[in-house]
Design a protein around this ligand. Structure first.
Ligand code: CP
Ligand code: NVA
Length: 333
């Protein structure tokens, strides 16, 4: 048992390494059970609210499928369809939804909002992404890494390239620190995580034995890595205008075949939480291509489509790991 009944899932460092690993192990069990047609429903009769103030494909679908598999129902609230933030405070919304639902997912800008929701809901609250953290993504990524190497996180080296000041960079740094990984942030200095995030990661690393590296040197940063990860250069909620400066600053950190070769590891795997700007066929991709003559943004199409890429395993694992969070916190599994 994970012993997490009644707990919120708001950010990685709220958990011990053992608790975090417990959720990943539970997800692996749930995945195997579903594949074997032997899933046991532990959330029958439960109801889960899904608040999305930012858009989503994976996170929303993962919560909905995980809940349905376990016998629970979901109610989806998008920014236009709820009173939250327009006519009603987070605090009141929390107290209303807490009377009807057994768990509440929240995706939006503000970490303070998801924490306030948790403080007043009286039921478990799950962070489906804020500007600061993406903790359910970390469960999926750790499960994916373990599946692909067969090694525990403490024996795994991960290099994250790109904009590391936002949810994904922050989350990789602290998750790596928590689990004792060799975790490298590879980005221009101005794109490193904030000082308080780095300090928290260093504290966690002292307890776990993790190795933390922040560097602007790609060759040094990726040498020997088991995994190379990246994320979009412009996140949800940022204005379109920042693309030009991001491209200028981050182009040397684009994950290309040369970067994978620089790891010196023929089996290196590529991670991306998705959505990714790899095939310049998307609207923004085409526009940037025309304006900057670029053939790749955060990752080249060649890397994305290569045998190194495990991005769709990650995407699938969002569902199994979110299911683990639901059954651990709501059903006490
Ligand atoms: N990786 C991820 O969170 O995807 P969505 O934004 O589609 O939920
Ligand atoms: N950093 C990205 C992650 C998307 C899953 C964003 O916040 O848009």
């Amino acid at each position: 048992a994970t012993q997490l009944e009644g707990r919120h899932f708001l950010k990685e460092l709220d958990f011990t390494a053992e608790e975090f690993r417990g959720l990943v192990d539970l997800a692996a069990e749930l995945k195997a059970a579903k594949r074997a047609g032997a899933e046991v429903q532990r959330l029958r009769g439960k109801n889960i609210a899904l608040i999305f103030e930012k858009t989503s494909t994976r996170t929303r679908c993962a919560f909905e499928v995980a809940a349905a598999d376990q016998g629970a129902s979901t109610t989806y609230l998008d920014p236009a369809a709820s009173q939250l933030g327009h006519k009603e405070s987070v605090k009141d919304t929390a107290r209303v939804l807490g009377r009807m639902f057994d768990g509440i997912e929240y995706r939006g800008e503000s970490q303070a909002a998801v924490e306030e929701l948790a403080a007043y809901a009286g039921v478990p609250v799950f962070n489906g992404l804020t500007d600061d953290w993406h903790p359910t993504q970390m469960l999926a990524d750790v499960l994916t890494m373990t599946e692909h190497t067969g090694k525990p996180p403490a024996s795994t080296a991960l290099a994250y390239l790109g904009d590391a000041r936002f949810n994904m960079g922050n989350s990789y740094l602290v998750t790596g620190a928590l689990l004792g990984m060799d975790v490298r942030i590879v980005a221009p200095r101005a794109y490193w995580p904030a000082d308080d995030v780095v300090a928290a990661a260093r504290r966690a690393a002292r307890a776990s034995g993790a190795a933390i590296t922040l560097t602007d040197d790609v060759a040094q940063g990726v040498a020997g890595a088991d995994f190379v990860a990246t994320d979009v250069w412009v996140s949800m909620g940022e204005p379109k205008e920042v693309w030009d400066e991001r491209i200028e600053n981050l182009a040397p950190y684009s994950v290309t075949m040369d970067v994978l070769r620089a790891t010196g590891n023929a089996d290196v795997r590529f991670l991306h939480c998705l959505p990714a700007f790899h095939d310049l066929g998307t609207l923004i991709g085409r526009e940037l291509h025309e304006r900057h003559g670029l053939t790749a943004l955060e990752v080249s199409d060649e890397v994305f489509e290569s045998a190194h890429s495990v991005v769709f395993d990650q995407a699938e694992n969002r569902m199994h790991t979110i299911k683990a969070v639901l059954v651990a916190t709501i059903a006490g599994v």
